[in-house]
Design a protein around this ligand. Structure first.
Ligand code: ACO
Length: 402
């Protein structure tokens, strides 16, 4: 074990580190990430093992409790999730007031924030109720997400069913209709389960830092998670999965004119970037991207789903991996590059992709929030700045200003 105080040197001046590229904001026991070697572990377990051998709810338990659940613990956790699957009917009325075609991400962040009003146990001692609140959040976010989709397409809501698994229940709420019952296929459940596990945590990324930042001021868990959802929404972070599909569709419409998009991405005057490539920490393949690519091939074959975007994605990847611009900058496909193609095969609409990411990331956000609040070393997040504005100026009264 490392005594962190040995690593800290009081230099007496402010370090300018834009984007916090070189700053560690906390010590954590949750996720290990080696960006040079492409290694990712949750609580010490390799992502490859967890993604191929676990249920998403086992991984959620692992992140929250620092141990894989035994059978009894898993059953108890499952029961907790079942008990909290419904949302208060007043929240349903509240959902109903969003305009048609409201963004599911915006609905998600607002509804999660409002959970504090409907389930306020947190207020006395947030850590005392953390297991209950965590279960509520993990279960209800799935219901809110599915309801937000039904709302966006104007279909009646489908309520949760406790005879289904975590992922099966979500899919049923999304796709069951009074006129066409949804058949929950095990292959689709397995693919979704894998995707959620791959998204479950990723140390101090932008959204997790937002969760910790809000929590560091004493903000409650619901509002901290809502902040995380909003941070995730941006196209440089979780919103990239949606942006990838729009980019691949644009290339498709442009008669597969890869050259044009590659040239735009390289042009420093053009803000366009190849969505789904590059990562702040990985300097090699994102291990989650590798697992997703394999899963993608598998699910497309099983479902016999022909997607022209898959060929475009493969070709684009091939071109990028052989282009000196991208090679010299260590730009490899990240998790978002292939995840959208799987979501399409599962029938998930594009505007729900980032919501799916949030569903997966939620246990990690909660575990990070909990770790921060339990750590006696935690201080309010409050970076400094380098002031580059005007020097002191004489005040000019309104009537004398030019
Ligand atoms: N396309 C083209 N050029 C890129 C890309 C890209 N996708 N990503 C980085 N670069 C270039 C930059 O222009 C920069 O070039 P320069 O050195 O000539 O100035 C260099 O690579 C380094 O890029 P930075 O922006 O400094 O890297 P940073 O670590 O700040 O950004 C990020 C990482 C945001 C992920 C970036 O790679 C990007 O915008 N990727 C596309 C969006 C995306 O896929 N986001 C999802 C990330 S995974 C996730 O959040 C779950």
């Amino acid at each position: 074990s490392i005594d962190v105080s040995d690593l800290l040197v009081d230099t007496g001046y402010t370090v300018y580190d834009t984007g916090y590229k070189n700053s560690a904001s906390c010590c954590s026991t949750i996720t290990y990430l080696d960006g040079d070697r492409g290694i990712l572990r949750y609580r010490g377990y390799n992502i490859e093992d967890l993604a191929s051998r676990c249920l998403f709810i086992e991984v959620a338990y692992l992140l929250l409790h620092n141990k894989l659940p035994n059978r009894v613990e898993l059953e108890n956790f499952r029961t907790m999730l079942e008990e909290h699957a419904l949302i208060h009917e007043d929240m349903v009325h509240f959902l109903d007031k969003f305009p048609p075609h409201a963004s599911p991400m915006s609905i998600l962040s607002v509804m999660v924030n409002s959970l504090h009003n409907f389930y306020p146990e947190m207020s006395a001692d947030p850590l005392e109720n953390i297991d209950l609140t965590a279960s509520r959040l993990i279960s209800k976010i799935r219901t809110i997400a599915a309801f937000s989709y039904k709302k966006s397409i104007g279909q009646p809501l489908v309520y949760p069913r406790n005879d289904l698994s975590y992922c099966g229940n979500f899919l049923n709420m999304m796709f069951d209709t009074p006129v066409r019952p949804y058949i929950v296929l095990p292959e689709i459940v397995a693919a979704l389960n894998k995707l959620l596990i791959l998204h479950a945590d990723h140390e101090q990324n932008c959204s997790t830092s937002a969760v910790r930042l809000v929590g560091s001021s004493g903000g409650n868990l619901y509002s901290s998670i809502s902040a995380g959802i909003n941070a995730l929404w941006g196209p440089l972070h979780g919103g990239a999965n949606e942006a990838v599909i729009h980019m691949l569709e644009a290339i498709h419409k442009d008669n597969n004119n890869y050259k044009k998009y590659i040239a735009k991405a390289k042009d420093r005057r053009d803000p366009f970037r190849l969505s789904g490539f590059g990562h702040r920490v990985y300097r090699t393949f994102d291990p989650r991207g590798t697992i997703i690519k394999d899963a993608c091939d598998g699910i497309l074959t099983i479902l016999n789903f022909e997607d022209p975007l898959m060929d475009i994605a493969r070709n684009l990847e091939e071109i990028v991996l052989n282009d000196p611009y991208f090679v010299s900058r260590n730009l490899y496909p990240n998790i978002d590059f292939y995840s959208g193609i799987i979501y399409r095969a599962l029938g998930i609409p594009t505007n729900m992709f980032t919501v799916m990411f949030a569903l997966g990331r939620l246990p990690g956000w909660i575990a990070q929030w909990k770790e921060m609040r339990e750590d006696p070393e935690t201080k309010i997040y409050r970076p400094r700045q380098i002031y580059i504005g005007s020097p002191a100026r004489e005040f000019v009264p309104l009537g004398q200003r030019t």
